[in-house]
Design a protein around this ligand. Structure first.
Ligand code: PGA
Length: 254
């Protein structure tokens, strides 16, 4: 079985101005130095990316974006293309975050278009998916995440899958302080892996990094990351506090 890369990624959301991001990266840089068992990424607001990149220069910390549009250019006010991101050296991009789906009308179709555009531009995608509370309570989580996996990755080739990370983020756990239990996280990441195996076969499914996200913090990270199907974390709130994020990176050094 391929050994999967553990990826600990911060999702800053609408936090950190350029100077705040610079100060944060300067603070966390020495803390995470030499912790090579995981890749470390911070996804930043567009205007903050350059300052964060400058501060992270010469380290293993990568700075990503929080979204990307699917067209190369044109009349799409407020949007940013993959080419704009790659030209400034951005490799990673979050796509399909539940806040984008909930508040900005994104659907599996637009998420799929964005995924394909980012991959075509050579980027690495952190594709977010997960069930809402009612779906978990109705016992249809497996169906929901399988369907999202299939729709969001429609038309993505087996070769491109080496640049796709999936973040399993139960919507009820995001920013709520509620965390999936390690067993729930492991089970659902496993169900996503089964859906990947149906599309791409076992080998690719076993090689794909699947993160957990949703109130992961310095206290619960070790237990979550110890689960066989959980290959890292996508972290919101705790990615804004260097000591907390560093503790999660430490929990991944196993
Ligand atoms: P949270 O956010 O860690 O604050 O719950 C996670 C996310 O939205 O990616």
């Amino acid at each position: 079985m391929a050994k999967r890369r553990i990826v600990i990624a911060g999702n800053w959301k609408m936090n950190f101005t350029p100077s705040e991001a610079e100060a944060f990266i300067n603070e966390i840089k020495p803390m995470v130095k030499g912790k090579r068992k995981c890749d470390i990424v911070f996804c930043a607001p567009y205007v903050t990316i350059a300052a964060a990149q400058k501060a992270a220069k010469g380290t293993r910390i990568k700075i990503g974006a929080e979204n990307v549009h699917y067209e190369e250019k044109g009349a799409f006010t407020g949007e940013v293309s993959a080419k704009m991101l790659t030209e400034i050296g951005v490799e990673y991009v979050i796509i399909g975050h539940s806040e984008r789906r909930q508040y900005f009308g994104e659907t599996d179709h637009t998420v799929n278009l964005r995924v394909k555009a980012a991959l075509a531009a050579g980027m690495k995608v952190i594709l977010c998916l997960g069930e809402v509370k009612e779906q978990r309570l109705s016992g249809i989580t497996k169906e929901v995440v399988s369907m999202q996996t299939k729709l969001d990755l429609e038309g993505v080739s087996a070769e491109e899958m080496s640049r796709v990370i999936i973040a399993y983020e139960p919507v009820w756990a995001i920013g709520t302080g509620l965390t999936a239990t390690p067993e729930q996280a492991d089970e659902t990441c496993g169900q996503i892996r089964e859906a990947l195996a149906e599309i791409y076969g076992k080998q690719i499914a076993n090689a794909t990094t699947i993160q957990y996200g949703g109130s992961m913090n310095e206290k619960n990270a070790a237990e979550l990351l110890a689960k066989p199907n959980v290959d890292g974390g996508l972290i919101g709130g705790a990615s804004l506090v260097a000591a907390k994020f560093n503790a999660i990176v430490d929990a991944a050094q196993i």
